[in-house]
Structure formats: C-alpha cells, structure tokens
Design a protein around this ligand. Structure first.
Ligand SMILES: Cc1cc2nc3c(=O)[nH]c(=O)nc-3n(C[C@H](O)[C@H](O)[C@H](O)COP(=O)(O)OP(=O)(O)OC[C@H]3O[C@@H](n4cnc5c(N)ncnc54)[C@H](O)[C@@H]3O)c2cc1C
Length: 365
C-alpha cells in the first residue's frame, strides 16, 4: 500500500486534518487502531466550545482556540451539526469570590474576548434562575457541540474527497528509507505502508509512538489524568455552562456543570490519577464527593438525582515535570509531524489545528 500523506489516529484532530488535506486535493490515508473512529478522548469529554477565556495569549492553545471556535460555529451551522451557543457563567457564590471573577475578566479582555461582563443580583437571576450565586462573569461565546456528529461529518467529507480510512490498523513502528516512511501496521492483517509524509495524531499514544521512531529525541513527558463525570437524572433548565469562580492559571479541583443538548446536565470532570491508558472506571463514591460542590450553586440537586456518567483521559504533557505546556505541533524529522499534548481545547480548535497543519505542510514542501 502507498500514500502521499498518512495520518495516524482518527480522533477529532486526525479527522479534521484528513478533511482539510483531502479538500486541498492531497492523497491521504487515515489509519486508526480501533474498529471505528473517535472511540477515545474525542468521545469522552465535555463537548464544550471554549471561548478561550484564560489561555495565555501567546500560546497555540489561545490562538487556535480563538480561531477554531469561530470556524466550528460556522461549520456546525453549515452542516446541521447539533450545537448551541449557551454562554458560560463563572459563578461567585460569596462576595469574597467576586474578586476571582474580576481577575478572570481581566485575562479574558487581555485575550481579546468581547462581551465579557459581570452580572449581579436580579439581572443574574433573570438570565440563570436556577443558580445560587451573588455574581456571575458571562462569557457569551462559549457553547456546546455534539462531538459524535461533528466527527461523522468530518469523516464523511473526507471520504467524499477520496480519503482512504483504515480502521483496525495500529501503527507499530516506522522506518525512514530512501526518502520515504515505511510504516509497520499490526492487528489481524499486518501489512506495511509506504508514505511521503506522516502526521502522528495518535492522542494518548502519540508520545509512545514518536519515542519508538525517534529514540534519541527527548519528547515532553505524558502526565495523563482521568476526568470523571456525573450526570443529572432529572432535567433542569440550566441555560449556561457553569464554572465555579477560579483564578486563571491556577488549577484547582472544582465541579463544572454543562447542560447537554437534551436538557440534562453533566457534572465534572474531576481529576484523578490512572492505572493505565484504558482506565475509564469511575468510583461510586464520586457522587458523595462531588455533591457538596454541586449543591453550593445548585442546592436543588440531591444525591438521588445523580448517576455515574463516563470518564476521559487528558493527554496532558509537562515540560520539566512542573507546569502543563502548550500544544506540541512540530516536524521532528523531515516529513514527520508530531501532534502531542492535544488536550482541551483541541476539540474546540480542531478545524484551526487542521488549517495550521496544512500551512506547516505548505511551508515545508
Ligand atoms: C475529561 C476531558 C474533557 C474535555 N473537555 C473538552 C471540552 O469541553 N472542549 C474541548 O475543546 N476539548 C475538551 N477536551 C479535549 C478534547 O477531547 C481532546 O483535545 C481531543 O478530543 C483530542 O483529539 P485527538 O484526535 O487528538 O485524540 P483522540 O481522540 O485520542 O484520537 C487519537 C486516535 O488515535 C488512535 N491511535 C492511537 N495510537 C494509534 C496507533 N499506534 N495507530 C493507529 N491509531 C492510533 C486512537 O485509537 C484514537 O482514535 C477534553 C478532554 C478530556 C479528557
């Protein structure tokens, strides 16, 4: 088998890149180790379209989120993908927490977001009657999207432009020979694939694969954490995504609430260590653990209203073991592009990431 461009990994990022490159007339093969696309992180997340309130402005995360958010809303509208511009409310439950909203507002304005305002008293009750809070910082451009339908559509568009999609094709190793990459594919029908360009978009496994191919190279360290969710069994007319007040840049344990497109609410994700990269189990005690944080702003929610939902694993990377770093999108050797640490907001940013990759390819050829 031969291909000009080979993408490894059919999550939302690999699918968006496949769509972008095939639309530009490139010959593309998309390899996926699972039996279907999007079975890992891309279908295990909050499905929030982030406005990019608090990412540091000089990062790829900030730039691609801001651009990708607009592209995603337009794409959803054009292709009838279920989504909603709900807005996000950062909530201060006490007067002392209002200063955190002011801090967040400053960062959001610095990041170029518009319409970011602090709302109090009856005005807050009017826009979000369900919550207990003294003030809320409104980010009007945040929203929610059906990630499954988004991925279906990206794949459909790729296939219409002659994308070759190969599920059940785990890439095990690669060798650079005579100016081309030779990929060894395992699974029940092992084979090899010769290709000019490789785009490693293997999510949680991208570093493992890159380290096998470039053993001399030092990649960022993967520090995966599990995010578990609860779900409300009763419908609640929550209009916005809710975030408890926070200090931008400081990672603290908090419980967010995100309304889904069916009118139910997803609570979380929390942050837990994992046993392995397939550890999606959720402890029953999580209901009791999250309940007090939920009842702070939604006192009407009882233990009986909550059930265990699902979990996802963040492909977070650390530079020197301390602070999380930016998306890593780099040519690590001629014709081999690694996408590493593609955690949130990579769903929001997927179309902008794809465009960025296309530009990197043009600049490289
Ligand atoms: C708890 C949680 C909440 C999140 N919430 C949000 C949110 O609200 N908004 C937002 O924008 N982002 C959010 N994210 C981030 C978002 O989900 C991810 O950034 C995005 O899904 C990453 O997509 P991906 O395609 O890079 O990875 P993945 O979806 O993991 O896809 C990688 C694919 O590569 C395949 N693969 C791996 N190794 C190989 C191999 N050797 N050969 C072939 N195939 C291989 C895998 O099977 C997988 O299908 C969240 C993430 C988590 C964990």
């Amino acid at each position: 088998m031969e291909a000009d461009y080979t993408i490894i990994g059919a999550g939302v990022v690999g699918l968006a890149i496949a769509r972008e490159l095939t639309a530009a007339g490139k010959n593309v093969v998309l390899l996926e180790k699972n039996s279907k696309h999007g079975m890992e992180t891309s279908s295990r997340n909050t499905e929030c379209i982030h406005a990019g309130v608090y990412y540091q402005s000089d990062t790829l995360k900030a730039q691609l989120c801001s651009k990708g958010r607009g592209m995603l809303y337009q794409y959803c509208l054009k292709n009838n993908i279920p989504h909603k511009r709900t807005g996000k409310l950062f909530l201060a439950v006490t007067e002392e927490e209002v200063s955190k909203l002011e801090e967040t507002q400053k960062v959001a304005i610095k990041n170029g977001l518009s319409g970011i305002e602090i709302i109090k008293g009856s005005a807050l009750k009017e826009i979000e009657p369900e919550v207990n809070a003294v003030a809320g910082l409104l980010s009007p451009d945040s929203g929610i999207v059906d990630s499954h339908q988004l991925m279906e559509n990206l794949l459909k568009e790729g296939l219409e432009k002659d994308l070759v999609f190969a599920p059940n094709c785990p890439v095990e190793s690669a060798e650079f020979k005579n100016g081309k990459w030779l990929l060894s594919i395992g699974g029940s029908n092992p084979t090899t694939l010769e290709t000019n360009y490789v785009i490693n978009s293997a999510g949680l496994y991208a570093i493992e694969l890159a380290s096998k191919v470039f053993p001399e190279h030092s990649f960022p360290k993967l520090s995966p954490t599990k995010g578990c969710y609860l779900r409300s069994k009763k419908k609640l007319d929550l209009k916005h995504i809710i975030y408890p007040a926070m200090i931008p840049g400081v990672i603290t344990e908090r419980v967010d609430a995100t309304p889904d497109l069916a009118g139910y609410i997803r609570f979380g994700p929390n942050s837990e260590s994992i046993e392995n990269l397939e550890d999606y189990k959720i402890r029953e005690e999580l209901i009791q653990e999250m309940l007090p944080a939920i009842q702070r702003y939604l006192p009407q929610i009882t233990k009986e209203d909550l059930s265990i939902d699902m979990a996802g694993i963040r492909p977070r990377i650390y530079a020197a073991g301390e602070t999380p770093v930016d998306f890593y999108i780099k040519w690590d050797q001629e014709n081999w592009l690694n996408l590493i640490g593609m955690e949130s907001p990579a769903l929001t940013s997927c179309l902008a990431i794809a465009e960025h990759v296309k530009e990197m390819i043009s600049a490289n050829s």
